[in-house]
Design a protein around this ligand. Structure first.
Ligand code: AP5
Ligand code: MG
Length: 212
């Protein structure tokens, strides 16, 4: 199974990618997580990406394309994977197509999680994430067992710097600018599957599984 998850910020890409990767033993590639890790480690790529992420803007295509190419060329690259937040521009989709062709890998589907903007703002204000293992929680929809600690590794949970309302609105507007061309790209390949991302987490997961 080789999947791409597409959706606005906060639509549940990370949540669903984690469930899918556990259920089907898929490699999970989140460019957001990779970039936050690079910032945390203060690498060259992290220093380049930081100002874009802080403002809610997209990191330049070349930088993210290169990060993905590197991972797919590494020794322990997975045969089966779920992409979370990549590709998100037409240039990234073209670069990823080329990479997959080189590796003789076909995609199974590009799944779009459809969630209205107002719901997104509500969700992201309650999101908490684990800086150590990247697990994601929500104060109301998916509360951690102990108020401020990660269920998976016990580290202290944090709020993402780009989850403030004005930054979320900017991320949403950038998503809408790019999304149509990315959707059209995968629709023309017969891979696009759209589903309602507003239902509870387990229901959305069951629908993705049924769809595949
Ligand atoms: P990234 O980290 O990918 O952020 P994003 O796309 O904005 O999406 P999020 O991670 O915010 O949301 P999500 O869809 O994963 O939702 P989640 O599962 O957490 O990217 C961050 C930044 O990095 C970008 O702004 C950009 O600067 C840069 N970047 C990354 N990739 C890039 C690329 N390819 N090109 C250029 N730049 C790039 O869920 C959200 C919350 O809702 C959680 O609290 C969760 O518990 C809850 N929740 C999830 N599902 C449900 C549900 N069904 N019902 C109720 N609550 C739910
Ligand atoms: Mg995410």
């Amino acid at each position: 199974m080789r999947l791409i998850l597409i959706g606005p910020p906060g639509s549940g890409k990370g949540t669903q990618a984690k469930l899918l990767s556990q259920r089907f033993a898929l490699g999970h590639f989140s460019t957001g997580d990779i970039l936050r890790e690079a910032i945390h480690l203060n690498t060259t790529a992290g220093r380049q990406a930081q100002p874009f992420i802080a403002k809610g803007q997209l990191v330049p295509d070349d930088l993210v394309n290169e990060m993905i190419v590197e991972r797919f060329h590494s020794q322990n690259r997975p045969e089966k994977f779920v992409m979370d937040g990549y590709p998100r521009t037409l240039a990234q989709a073209a670069s990823f197509d080329q990479l997959l062709r080189q590796m003789f890998l076909d995609l199974t589907a590009a799944v779009v999680l459809v969630v209205p903007d107002d719901e997104i703002v509500r969700r992201l204000s309650g999101r908490r994430y684990c800086p150590k293992c990247q697990a994601t929680f929500h104060t109301v929809f998916k509360p951690p067992r102990r108020a401020e600690d990660c269920d998976d590794c016990g580290a202290g949970l944090e709020q993402r710097q780009d989850d403030q309302e004005n930054t979320v609105r900017r991320r949403l507007s950038i998503y809408h600018q790019n999304n149509k061309s990315v959707r059209d790209h995968y629709r023309s390949q017969g891979l696009l599957r759209e589903l309602d991302g507003t239902e509870p987490i387990e229901k959305v997961f069951a629908k993705i599984v049924a769809l595949l």
